[in-house]
Ligand binder design. Structure first.
Ligand SMILES: NC(=O)c1ccc[n+]([C@@H]2O[C@H](COP(=O)([O-])OP(=O)(O)OC[C@H]3O[C@@H](n4cnc5c(N)ncnc54)[C@H](OP(=O)(O)O)[C@@H]3O)[C@@H](O)[C@H]2O)c1
Length: 208
């Protein structure tokens, strides 16, 4: 008897520090479309809505969408520039929101969308006003979208603390007290968001 179970098609936007672990975990359960600005096969810039529409025109229907992309500026409130505010909002906040607004029209029945926020909206640290409010906005967005769209698709956010790889790469100056999380744990949280029936949740991945 042949195996009739159909593999899930999962679109993952972003393949950096967080995305790498997400990809390692999700390739165990589905066929991945991996997109980012520098991708040759699936280029997308989530800060441009037209670019997201172009991606889904190529990808067609999928079962799940995961976003691990979107950049925010680290700066003291007093010194943060208009450009830092605007670019962070365009990249991570509107980028992830527009991925949902466009992507939801390309989801198969039973589909889900998982966004990425982060611990800066859960701990008070200096210089993280921009990621803190961007993450908080996305976390509230997820709750309200899940409420309005509960009969259509599921939506959640994964909120990891500081990834060990990123801490090793960039150092922890100014963030010495920030909890550190292992990548494998982060990858599993995204898998859980896809495989469980949860919606409207902020799935915290807490470090130590
Ligand atoms: N690393 C951490 O410790 C940590 C912890 C909590 C939350 N987060 C959040 O997780 C997300 C990813 O962080 P990361 O550390 O994995 O970043 P990263 O290593 O810089 O990787 C970002 C990935 O997203 C892609 N990307 C960036 N901007 C994009 C855009 N406008 N459109 C499409 N793709 C884009 C990048 O590829 P291209 O350059 O090719 O586009 C890259 O593949 C961020 O929102 C960050 O705030 C990170």
């Amino acid at each position: 008897m042949g195996d009739c179970a159909k593999r899930m098609k999962i679109v993952v936007v972003g393949s950096g520090d967080i995305g790498g672990y997400v990809i390692d975990e999700l390739k165990k359960i589905g066929d991945l479309v991996i997109a980012s600005r520098s991708s040759k096969e699936f280029p997308v810039d989530i800060s441009e809505k037209k670019s997201i529409e172009g991606l889904f025109k190529r990808v067609g229907l999928c079962d799940h969408i995961v976003c691990t992309a979107g950049k925010t500026a680290i700066a003291p409130f007093k010194e943060a520039t208009d450009e830092q505010f605007q670019n962070s909002i365009a990249s991570k906040m509107m980028g992830q929101m527009n991925l949902v607004r466009v992507g939801m029209r390309h989801l198969n029945k039973g589909g889900s969308i998982t966004l990425t926020t982060g611990g800066f909206s859960h701990f008070l640290f200096p210089n993280v006003i921009i990621p803190a409010f961007v993450n908080a906005a996305l976390e509230r967005f997820v709750v309200n979208v899940a409420f309005e769209m509960k009969n259509h698709f599921r939506i959640n956010a994964v909120s990891p603390d500081l990834l060990k790889d990123s801490a090793d790469r960039y150092g922890t100056k100014g963030f010495e007290a920030f909890p550190i999380v292992m990548g494998e744990q982060v990858g599993k949280a995204y898998r859980n968001a896809i495989e469980s029936k949860v919606t409207g949740s902020v799935i915290r991945v807490e470090g130590r």
